[in-house]
Design a protein around this ligand. Structure first.
Ligand code: FAD
Length: 327
């Protein structure tokens, strides 16, 4: 028979059942004693007792944080403490104070000692248009469970930008949208929205075909990629930061960038030390190539600071970095 560990009432509240070795009727899976060790000090929930913390995106989308690991941390600490705890396996118990935790986290991030950041995990519930999900799913290190349009009917929800936010094709970036259509060009923006209307109108035919007995798995294939899907997305902090770094970047499509920015806002209070270091060493940092370092050195010797390459894109990137650096 399982027995209760009498050693700590606090532990019993958190892990009520402790299994001890027992007689021949015990399941072979219950033959080990589990030693339950309670927290040494009071703990708090990093999500402040919330079931979910949700940010609405556009008309029909959202990003909701539904769980975190660690969820309970000692009072006065944040989930950053799990990173420090893991790192101390490598570095020993040398540093213990919060300001030392901060220094350690900043060191780890600067030196790309990444595995301690994998000790923290987040689970999100996200609703987004299918064309955004296609970009998102490329981040292979997450665990994903998506709404099944074979099993359930696709909801009648579609992404559409406002007429004022329809973007023109960028001339410098083949993948990007750039400036907006001005008031004098509103006919083109409205033509785009009319095109979306026509695509959304297919939903009525989708429903009719379902009523006529066409399978859900086939009926859905005529719906546009502006239709919404949902998934649970669980990822460790290291790979979430990688996701944020790529998808909060100005080169990322605006419609995914807003989701990444919302995730960043949800995570900031939970792992503030890591987010601070991430800003300092990744988001708002500038990486220099060998050619750029040589151009900088040459500039100090009286040169123009131009890059020794014919590659126009590289030259543009260097111009942008010089603007940031003020050189
Ligand atoms: C602005 C932008 C434009 C893009 N354009 C295109 C495009 O035109 N076409 C296109 O196809 N994609 C495009 N992508 C997607 C891009 O190429 C990546 O697939 C995507 O950003 C995911 O990045 P990742 O591989 O670093 O992420 P993850 O898949 O999360 O990988 C994170 C890290 O884990 C490693 N990893 C992942 N899986 C494994 C594994 N099984 N074994 C070992 N290591 C693994 C990766 O190498 C990486 O270092 C674009 C992305 C961005 C941000």
């Amino acid at each position: 028979m399982p027995e209760r560990d009498q050693s700590s009432a606090a532990a019993a509240r958190i892990h009520p059942i402790v299994v001890a070795p027992s007689g021949s009727t015990a399941s072979p899976r219950q033959r080990f004693a589990i030693k339950t060790i309670p927290f040494e000090s009071p703990v708090h929930d990093v999500m402040n007792g919330a079931q979910r913390q949700e940010i609405k995106i556009h008309d029909h989308g959202f990003v909701a944080l539904v769980d975190a690991m660690p969820r309970l941390v000692p009072e006065g600490q944040t989930a950053d403490s799990a990173i420090v705890q893991a790192a101390r396996v490598s570095y020993g118990q040398g540093t213990k104070k919060v300001n030392e935790d901060r220094g350690l986290i900043r060191y780890l991030l600067r030196h790309r000692h990444t595995t301690p950041f994998e000790m923290v995990e987040f689970k999100f519930h996200i609703a987004m248009p299918i064309f955004i999900a296609r970009q998102w799913i490329r981040h292979r290190t997450a665990n994903v469970n998506e709404y099944s349009a074979r099993y359930s009917v696709v909801p009648d929800t579609f992404y559409r930008p406002s007429a004022e936010s329809v973007r023109k094709q960028s001339k410098s970036n083949r993948q990007g949208g750039a400036e907006l259509f001005g008031p004098e060009e509103h006919i083109t923006a409205e033509a785009f929205l009319k095109y979306l209307d026509d695509a959304e109108a297919l939903y009525a035919r989708y429903e009719k075909l379902l009523e006529s007995g066409v399978s859900r798995e086939l009926a859905r294939i005529g719906l546009p990629v502006s239709a919404y899907t949902q998934w649970y997305w669980k990822c460790d902090l290291h790979n979430t930061l990688r996701f944020l770094s790529l998808r909060m970047d100005p080169h990322a499509q605006e419609e995914i960038r807003i989701y990444a920015e919302a995730m960043y806002q949800l995570l900031e209070p939970i792992v503030p030390l890591t987010i601070e270091a991430f800003r300092d060493y990744e988001m708002e940092s500038v990486r220099l190539t060998r050619l750029e370092i040589e151009a900088l050195r040459a500039q100090r010797e009286g040169g123009t600071g131009e890059l020794a390459t014919d590659n126009k894109r590289e030259q543009d990137e260097w111009r942008e970095k010089r603007r940031i650096l003020g050189v």
